[in-house]
Design a protein. Sequence first.
Length: 153
Amino acid sequence: MVLLAPSWHAMQELLYILSSHCHDLDIACNTNKTVCMVLKPLHKDRVVANDFPCFTLCGVKLKFVEQFRHLGHILSNSLNDDDDIKREIQNLYICTNMVISRFRRCSTHVKRILFKSYCLCFYDIALWKHYSVTVLSKFKSCYHKCIKKLFGF
């Protein structure tokens, strides 16, 4: 679950509400896995504060993180997508190597279908907005290398 709030006070209120409902439903929140992230504005002149008091959930102080993995994607407090692109590069290499090792003797047509089905799961790249040109060119290079390796070019 992700909770978003425009201010520290609003977030703490959401955490109190969550704690109350969890108590009513007899559900425990795992505070060891629960973390907080303050998203930094893109323009430095819009920074309100650099330090915030700790949030509490069920009486336990939560720790702040700069990055977090949620639903397989890497979220960063700087709103930069470079680490998520690097994760996608690694996944593309892994999936391509898996297809090659298991289906190397298949026809080109079958390899193409397998590559599209298992390696090109890029449903998240439409969300990438802030990234460096270097990391994006590494992603493009990875794609071309995987195609060459799979089809023997």
